[in-house]
Design a binder for this molecule. Sequence first.
Ligand code: SF4
Length: 680
Amino acid sequence: MNQVRTTCPYCGVGCGLIATPKGEIIGDKDHPANFGRLCSKGAALGETLGLEGRLLAPKIDGKRADWDKALDLVASKFSDAVRDHGPDSVAFYVSGQLLTEDYYVANKLMKGFIGSANIDTNSRLCMASSVAGHKRAFGTDTVPVNYTDLEEADVIVLVGSNLAWCHPVLFQRILAAKEQRPSMKIITVDPRKTATGKAADLHLSIRPDGDTALFNGLLVEIDRRGAVDQKYVNAHVNGFNVSLAMAEITNSADTGLSDAELRAFYDLWIGAEKVVTVFSQGVNQSVAGTDKVNAIINCHLATGRIGRPGMGPFSITGQPNAMGGREVGGLANMLACHLDIENPNHRGTVQKAWRSPTICSKPGLKAVDLFQACEQGKIKALWIISTNPAVSMPDANAVIHAIGKVPFTVVTDVTHTDTTALADVLLPATAWGEKSGSVTNSERRISRQRAFLLAPGEAKPDWEIICEVAKRMGWHNAFSYTSPADIFREYAEISGKAAIHGRDFDIGGFAAISDTEYESFEPQQWPVSRNTISFERFFENGKFFHHDAKARMLPVSSPTVRPDAIGVFRLNTGRIRDQWHTMTRSGKSARLSQHLAEPFVEMHPDDANQIAIKETELLEITSPQGRAVVRVIFAPNVQRGTVFVPMHWSSANSSTDRKSVVEGKRVDPGGRRSIKKKNK
Ligand code: SF4
């Protein structure tokens, strides 16, 4: 087999790679996300291709079974549960690691044929707040910024984003642009001065959850300095006055920043028209995540700094296909193609296109609620696909207990994980390098993942497994696809119909794509409609997706800041440079493990002294949810009163350090997603 052009399976930058069956990986110079660059994780992909730990055959109750028997059992258990207890008695929990075609058929099966919206995804944890914030402001989940805007900006603000470690190639692109144009300024907003903060011109060590206060303060200052783009606001924006009034009563002390720091931030942000405000999980993963997103968007709308080169609010996605999952309706409160479950016309369009016997009419259970429903005995059959909630969900021990209460649990995955140990039926899926389909990156660019390895053992692609179960449940015609290209064509066709409802997501131009064209598909940003010859940027001339075509500024208030007590710390979590999620792939590379080899807690030395902790000692962290034991690293860059623990380690590679067992499961009422910090 020759060299194959594919896409990295890790972060939402979506870098193009060239791979060979011998496991040689290089960056794809022609891919517009990375132009040949790779980070340490992407470059080490060849070291993670071995079969160690792989699932190679189906299992029922831990014993090897053949595919027919396993699929028949899954189909009959789900059919029985639906018949005896109704459609809402079953649930799927899926993943931003899935390819778009896999995601699409899972969503179609649950929402259009089983008739429930009980399908949610681990993307709920990382970006539901951004989705909700976009929908509130723009009327739909539109990301209006491109990677080239980062290179054209005069000021880049990175809020809750350790881009240098979590989206390294994008950070490399920014640094290269700054080297060419040193006048470009980088500002970081983060309680921790990370590797990203160390490269910034201005670092704001904000108090946890102080982001809304910061951007409300900015809005007030924009108004005070006469920097409102009144023409843009009058023509394209509702809600300015009420949002400003709310911002004016926000206490700037909630930011924890000095007047001089605030002034420096306001001067830079207001002083340069070309500003991109990048935000990621540090904003999203909070009980007030959605309000933070809208506080940021408010400032861009008030100044008309959106929809033009070098400016705009930019949510960076965490996983390789988190964006694709949003597009296909992988979240429990969305239909395919950015259509709304609650809208009967939208439901009608999707049901007609699917020729389905039913369609869900209300949102389903979201991640935290879904596992609580398992605990309460409401879920009779659960299918977990390509994700490891026994490690990655907050209050993970409770999640393990809840899965144990479900009478029938199926897990599809590539390797053995903490979650596969809980399965009644285990189905082996093909991994990256063995499967084929498409993904969408943070700038709405669709790229192909292509196979360059043969499927090992009896592993099958996720789309095929899901369709086989659907057929056995009685829906043969609707799931008789022969290839990912077949699925992609149907999806593209439906997106063209969704556009009739005034939605942004439209790839109808690919509805008649041939198998050959799909195979040679070049990375492409959407929309690509059947009728539009050329596409202008979103929102350059307004044209938002609310009924009046205007955007909404939202009045948002800063969350209450609780007083700190001695010995009680706020826990922040995040990624490290060389590991990915629960380490099921990146953990296979010895080289990647050399960076930071064991789980740790970063703590300010003054805090450590106060509670008599020495560096390198093992420290027990406790919360109402559980305990973890980790190595102490002194870190003056960590804000006093807070600690940082990385998210990656699981019981597969360590016995007492799973930080997710100490996380609480409070959710954001705007995005209804879990909080992963501030636990006490
Ligand atoms: Fe992969 Fe992200 Fe690194 Fe690119 S930046 S190589 S997509 S992990």
